[in-house]
Every structure is written in C-alpha cells, then in structure tokens.
Write a protein that binds this ligand. Structure first.
Ligand SMILES: NC(=O)C1=CN([C@@H]2O[C@H](COP(=O)(O)OP(=O)(O)OC[C@H]3O[C@@H](n4cnc5c(N)ncnc54)[C@H](OP(=O)(O)O)[C@@H]3O)[C@@H](O)[C@H]2O)C=CC1
Ligand SMILES: O=C(CO)COP(=O)(O)O
Length: 335
C-alpha cells in the first residue's frame, strides 16, 4: 500500500520527467507532487511561469512552486513514492546526498531505461543493492511511449512492472488518463533489460540509415533484434514471457522507427560520420544506449549470449570501427 497522501517526488528535469509530471497531474487521483531537478535556473523558471524552459516547453506544469527544488534531500523526507527519472549515467551523482535510511518506508519507481555505469546493474538491482529497497517496493515504468507524444496527448500504453503486482496496479491507477492506458506486469528484469536493449537496437537502426541502408534492411535488422533481445533476457532472467508484448516488442518498434527517438537520431549521426562527442553536443538530449552498450558488453561476459547487433554497435562506438564496414559485417550475420 502506498501512503495515504500519495506524496510523489519526481527526480529529474528532462523530457520524460516532464511528461510523467503531466500524466500524474492530469490523472484525477488526489496526490501531492514535488519535483527535483539539478538546474536552479530551470526550477525558478517553472516556479514563475509554469513551464519547463528546456524540455516539452508547451506542457503546463501544475506543481506548487514551493514543491520544486534543487535540494533533493529536503524533498525526500516529504515523499511516499520516489520516481527516479534522471539518465542512468547520472543517477549516482543525483543521489549523492541520499542514504539507505532515506529510502526506508518508501516505494520507488524507475522511469529510467538504462544501466548504471561501472556497477553494470539495471536500476532495480542498483536500488536494491545500494539502498536496500526490496523488489516488492520497487516498480518500473516502461513501454512504447515518447515524451513528445504524451505532450500531444496521443494515446499511449505504459507497463508498470513490480515484484508486487498489487502495488503496480495501485500506482498504475495514479498514472492512467484519457490518453494513457496502463498494463501491469511482474517481470522487472525482462522489462528493464528489454528497455535497455531496445535503445541499442535503435542506435543500430539509426547507424544503418545513416550509412545508406533502406527500409527493407531495417526490417530484417529489427526482426533479428527482437530475437537477440529474447535470447538475452531469457539468459538473465528465465521466466515464461511473451516477447511480443508492448513492453518488449512494442518498445523496440517505436524507438527503432520513430523520428522522436533520441537513440535512433544519435545512431543516424554516427552513421553519417559524426564523432560521439559531436553527436552528443548536437542532440542536447541523452541517448541512453550509448552508455548501455558498454555496460551490456560487460554484463554479457557472464552470460555469453550471441549478440551480433550489440557487438557491432559496441565496436563502432567504443572501438572506433568504421560504421560502414561494421554494418556490412553485421549484415552477413543476419537472417
Ligand atoms: N524521452 C522519452 O520519451 C523517454 C525517456 N525515458 C528515459 O527517461 C530517462 C531520462 O531521459 P529524458 O527525460 O528523455 O532525458 P532528456 O534527454 O530529455 O534530458 C536529459 C536529462 O539529463 C540531464 N543531464 C544531462 N547531462 C547531465 C549530467 N552531466 N549530469 C546530470 N544530469 C544530466 C539533463 O539535465 P539538465 O537539463 O540540467 O542538463 C536532463 O534532465 C532516460 O533513462 C530515458 O531512457 C523513458 C521513456 C521515454
Ligand atoms: O524509451 C523511449 C520510448 O519508449 C525513448 O527512447 P528514444 O527516445 O531513444 O526512443
């Protein structure tokens, strides 16, 4: 059970955090939202004008000014639910002042689709090991859903996965709106890893587009990607799951085909010859897959699952191999 007052703290100031704020405040269940971001300039703009100056600026923010702060520790004490939404690469930095006792009695939701670098852990695993939060008090929000389409109130489906599906259903009831349908799942591991992997496949899709492959090839790439994804999640967490569900296949499709996709856009630039730094500077948003493919390379040393697509993306981004030659080599391994 979530605390009676439904006090939700959103941690992160990017597009998806802004979209989550919109969904939570459009949903009719009474709740008190507070919001942490690292930029005081952005926080002050939102307090004064009710819009995020940097991400989804058209969205009207209905969070009381006193609840918006850059001091995470002060907001933590007033929350029943902590919704983590900074890119995985910056999660440790964001939580610097937070101790395991600060998490005591709270439910934690991750809307992050990434792996914590160096630790090489998905968010559930990291929050469990570092802060002692059990998998029954943890939820992950996933599914095919771009923040930009939430801003436009386009019909979308989100999956809420938790060790405690009653808790997931309760939280789903706080998120659903006219334009958001929710699905409950007990597959934290599969849901998180599928979301991490699809970012890498979206980069592969972008790279292929960037070097000149067409839609015909991309379809083959993505049908191989879902098989690679299925093999990997089955090795890491073998349970009975239908990989065609929205949280797995759906998320892969939206990110691999949509022009809103950060990871695909990043990959496209790499395919066109940008360096990693140039692509990152050009984007002004974070492509999680860049960090994740390095972590997956480490994690898979344990499982040794054949992952030709991930290996190709890793070779291009971390071993500076030619995108043209690496994709040609990959093409020879697809079926
Ligand atoms: N966007 C989407 O549609 C979806 C995103 N997600 C996930 O949500 C998470 C957040 O992504 P998203 O909201 O898209 O991010 P954005 O790309 O929109 O924004 C980037 C965020 O990262 C922060 N940031 C950038 N560099 C640093 C740094 N060096 N240190 C600390 N923070 C930094 C930015 O803070 P600042 O503004 O202060 O620079 C900003 O909050 C990711 O895991 C993503 O995969 C999940 C589903 C959908
Ligand atoms: O996870 C997302 C959509 O479900 C967002 O990631 P991309 O922007 O790379 O597609």
């Amino acid at each position: 059970m979530i605390g009676e007052k439904n006090r939700i703290l959103v941690v992160g100031g990017g597009s998806w955090a802004t979209a989550n704020i919109k969904m939570l405040t459009d949903n009719p269940v009474e709740k008190e939202i507070s919001w942490w971001m690292r930029s005081e300039q952005a926080a002050e703009h939102i307090r004064q004008f009710g819009h995020n100056p940097n991400y989804l600026s058209s969205v009207e923010i209905r969070v009381p000014a006193k609840n918006i702060s850059t001091n995470l520790k002060s907001l933590f004490g007033k929350a029943d639910i902590v919704l983590l939404n900074v890119p995985a690469a910056f999660l440790k930095e964001a939580l610097t002042d937070i101790k395991p006792e600060d998490f005591k009695g709270k439910k934690v939701v991750s809307a992050i689709k990434g792996i914590v670098p160096d630790e090489n852990m998905i968010i559930a695993e990291f929050i469990n090991q570092r802060y002692g939060v059990s998998f029954d008090d943890f939820m992950v929000i996933s599914g095919p859903c771009h923040a930009e389409e939430v801003a436009l109130e386009k019909l979308s489906y989100l999956t809420i996965a938790s060790g405690d599906t009653e808790l997931a259903a309760e939280f789903a009831g706080m998120l659903s709106t006219r334009y958001i349908n929710t699905i409950v799942s007990d597959d934290i591991w599969g849901t998180e890893y599928a979301a991490v992997l699809k970012n890498v496949y979206a980069m592969a899709s972008g790279i292929c587009h960037g070097v000149g492959y067409g839609d015909n090839f991309q379809s083959v790439l993505i049908s191989n990607a879902i098989r690679e994804l299925e093999r990997f999640v089955a090795a890491v967490h073998p349970i009975d799951r239908d990989i065609k569900e929205s949280a797995y296949l759906g998320d892969l499709l939206v990110t691999a085909y949509s022009n809103f996709s950060r990871n695909r856009t990043f990959g496209n630039m790499i395919g066109k010859g940008y360096t990693v730094t140039a692509a990152q500077l050009e984007m002004n948003m974070v492509a999680e897959g860049y960090y994740a493919v390095n972590c997956l390379h480490e994690v898979n040393k344990q499982y040794k699952v054949p992952m030709p697509i991930c290996s190709a993306v890793y070779a291009i981004l971390y071993e500076k191999r030619s995108p043209v030659l690496e994709m040609k080599h990959l093409a020879g391994q697809l079926s």
